[in-house]
Design a protein around this ligand. Structure first.
Ligand SMILES: Cc1cc2nc3c(=O)[nH]c(=O)nc-3n(C[C@H](O)[C@H](O)[C@H](O)COP(=O)(O)OP(=O)(O)OC[C@H]3O[C@@H](n4cnc5c(N)ncnc54)[C@H](O)[C@@H]3O)c2cc1C
Length: 493
C-alpha cells in the first residue's frame, strides 16, 4: 500500500470490519476498483468489501474521523465512476447479496450488491416483480435511490415508488431504519436524491403480480423511415394502456444471433415493447404496429419476464467505454423529430443507441413533490449513449454524442439524475423540481452537514451545513458496530 496513511488505515480497519480489505498490490484489488465504465481508472487507498451493515457503519465512522474521502460502490454501474476515488476509502457492497421474498406481504428485502437479474428470478418464483433496470446485471441500490426506470414503471411506478423502507448508515456512522413513519423526510429524500444521505445497507420493495409470461421484443424499421416511426410512436404511446410500455430507439443492428447476417450493422429505428397483459390483449394493443408497414425485422412474442429483462444485456458489458448525454422531453414534438431524423445512419457502432423511453401512467400519477424524483410530468426521457471497446475509438464516439446532443438539448428540460455524466452542479440541480431542491438541501444539512457523501450527483447542504467535503466530525471509532442489518436478512455470525 502506498504511503503510511494507507498502512495505518489498513491496520485500524482490520480491527473494525469483518469483511475483506484490499490494498494496492493485493490479489483482487484491481478487479475491485474497476467500475462498469472502462474509461474510469481510479486507485482507492483501501477498498472495504463490507460483509454487513456493521462493517459499513465501522468504515464510515473511521473514514469520517480520519478525513478520508469516502465512496460507495454497490455494483459500480454509474457512468461517472463515482463509486471509486483516487486515494479514498471505497465501501464495496458487492458482496452483500442477500434477498428475502415474502410472498404473502408481497415484499422483497434486498442488500445493495444484489443485481436486478437475481431479484427478478427470486421474485418470479412467486409470480411477482417490481420495477427494475432493463439490464439484468445492473444493481438495485444506486438505480433505485436515483429514481429507477424500467419496463414496469408505467404500470407500477418507478423503482423508488416501490421502496417501502431502507436500512441506512448515515454520516455519523449510525445505522437506522428509514421509512414513511420513521424519518419520513429522510425517506422522502432517499427516493430520488441518490447516495447523498447515507449508505443503504438493505432496501425493502413492494412486489406485484407479473408474468411469468409477458409479450416483449422489438420491431426494426429502415432508418429512412425514422421521422414517420417517431411520429407514429409518440401518438401510439400517448394512447397506450399502462400495461404497455414501448421505447423508440435509433441504432445499428447488432451482429447478434437474432439478426440475419445481411442486416448486421444496418442503421434502423426500433420500437421495443413490453406488454404485461394476456396474449390476446397484447395482440390487440400492438396491432397498430401494422400501420408502419413491413419491418426489416420483427422479434416480438411471448416470453418469460426474466427473459425480457435480459434482452438488452449484450449492451451492458462490464468494462465498456461509455459516454452519453440525456434529458427529459416534455413532448416528442416535430422539432425533436427533425433533430433525430437521419441520425441513425451516423450511429458510430452497434452498441451505441439513442433511446426514447416513455414516462406517463403510474409515474405521472405520483405528485411532483411526493418523492424527490423530478420531472414526472415529462412525456419521455431521451438518452444518447456511445459505447465502445477500444480507447482509440473514443474521439469519434464522443463527437457523435456532442453533435446530436447540441441539436437535441434545446428540446429537453431537466435530466434523470442516474443518466447524468460529470456535467456540473447546474445540471444536477436541473434533475429536480425547484421546491424539492431546497428541501433536499435541508435534509442534507440535517443528516450530512459536512457533505461526507459528496462523490455522487451532489446535493450541497443548505446554508448552515459545512461544505468542506471531508471535514472531520467528532464521532468515536472504538469498536465494531454490532448490527447485521435492521432488516435481518441473514443470521448473525
Ligand atoms: C448497463 C447499464 C444499464 C442501466 N440501466 C438502467 C435502467 O434500466 N434504469 C435506470 O433507471 N438506470 C439504469 N442505469 C443507470 C443506473 O441507474 C446508474 O448507473 C446507477 O447509479 C447504478 O447504480 P449502482 O448501485 O451500480 O451504482 P454504483 O456505481 O455502485 O454507485 C454510484 C453511486 O450511487 C450511489 N449508491 C450506490 N449504492 C448505494 C448505496 N447502497 N447506498 C447509497 N448510495 C448508493 C452512490 O452515490 C454511489 O457513488 C443503467 C446503467 C448501466 C451502466
Amino acid at each position: 500500500m502506498a504511503g503510511s496513511a494507507g498502512q495505518a488505515a489498513y491496520r485500524d480497519l482490520r480491527g473494525l470490519v469483518r469483511g475483506l480489505l484490499l490494498r494496492p498490490g493485493d490479489d483482487g484489488y484491481d478487479a475491485a476498483r474497476r467500475v462498469w465504465n472502462g474509461a474510469v481508472d481510479r486507485r482507492p487507498m483501501v477498498i472495504v468489501r463490507c460483509a454487513d451493515a456493521g462493517d459499513v457503519a465501522g468504515a464510515v465512522r473511521y473514514a469520517v474521523r480520519q478525513g478520508i474521502e469516502l465512496s460507495i460502490r454497490s455494483t459500480g454501474h454509474n457512468v461517472t465512476g463515482c463509486a471509486v476515488s483516487d486515494g479514498g476509502l471505497a465501501l464495496d457492497l458487492s458482496g452483500m447479496r442477500g434477498i428475502r421474498i415474502d410472498p404473502d406481504r408481497r415484499t422483497a428485502v434486498v442488500e445493495p450488491g444484489v443485481l436486478w437479474g437475481d431479484l427478478d428470478r427470486r421474485a418470479q418464483e412467486h409470480g411477482l416483480a417490481t420495477t427494475g433496470g432493463r439490464i439484468s446485471t445492473t444493481g438495485v441500490a444506486g438505480l433505485t435511490l436515483g429514481g429507477g426506470f424500467g419496463w414496469l414503471m408505467r404500470r407500477y411506478g418507478l423503482a423508488a415508488d416501490n421502496l417501502r423502507s431502507v436500512d441506512l448508515v448515515t454520516a455519523d456512522g449510525k445505522p437506522s431504519r428509514v421509512d414513511g413513519a420513521r424519518e419520513a423526510e429522510l425517506f422522502w429524500a432517499l427516493r430520488g436524491g441518490g447516495g447523498n444521505f447515507g449508505v443503504a445497507t438493505s432496501l425493502e420493495f413492494a412486489l406485484h403480480p407479473v408474468g411469468p409470461l409477458v409479450t416483449g421484443g422489438a420491431a426494426f424499421y429502415p432508418a429512412a423511415a425514422a421521422a414517420r416511426v417517431l411520429r407514429w410512436y409518440r401518438d401510439f404511446i400517448r394512447d397506450a394502456p399502462d400495461v404497455l410500455s414501448a421505447q423508440c430507439n435509433l441504432l445499428k443492428l447488432p451482429s447478434a444471433p437474432f439478426v440475419p447476417a445481411e442486416l448486421h450493422g444496418m442503421p434502423a429505428v426500433a420500437v421495443a415493447v413490453c406488454h404485461l397483459g394476456a396474449e390476446a390483449d397484447a395482440e390487440r394493443d400492438l396491432a397498430a404496429l401494422g400501420d408502419l408497414g413491413p419491418p426489416l425485422l420483427r422479434r416480438i412474442g411471448r416470453m418469460r419476464y426474466t427473459s425480457l429483462q435480459r434482452l438488452y444485456d449484450m449492451a451492458g458489458r462490464f468494462g465498456s467505454f461509455v459516454y452519453g448525454r440525456a434529458g427529459y422531453l416534455p413532448a416528442l414534438d416535430d422539432r425533436a423529430v427533425a433533430v433525430l431524423d437521419g441520425r441513425a445512419e451516423a450511429v458510430p457502432s452497434p452498441h451505441c443507441i439513442v433511446m426514447i423511453s416513455p414516462l406517463g401512467g403510474a409515474v405521472a400519477r405520483v405528485g411532483p413533490t411526493e418523492t424527490a424524483v423530478g420531472h414526472r410530468d415529462a412525456a419521455f426521457s431521451v438518452s444518447v449513449d456511445a459505447v465502445w471497446r477500444r480507447p482509440a475509438e473514443a474521439p469519434a464516439h464522443r463527437d457523435w454524442v456532442h453533435r446530436l446532443w447540441d441539436g437535441l438539448r434545446p428540446c429537453t428540460s431537466g435530466v434523470y439524475v442516474n443518466e447524468l455524466g460529470d456535467e456540473g452542479p447546474e445540471r444536477v440541480r436541473s434533475a429536480y423540481d425547484p421546491a424539492s431542491w431546497s428541501r433536499l438541501r435541508a435534509v442534507k444539512a440535517r443528516h450530512d452537514p459536512a457533505n461526507v457523501f459528496h462523490l455522487n450527483q451532489n446535493i450541497p447542504p443548505a446554508d448552515g451545513g459545512t461544505t468542506a467535503s471531508a471535514e472531520k466530525t467528532p464521532v468515536a471509532v472504538t469498536e465494531k458496530v454490532g448490527v447485521t442489518s435492521v432488516h435481518e436478512l441473514r443470521e448473525r455470525p
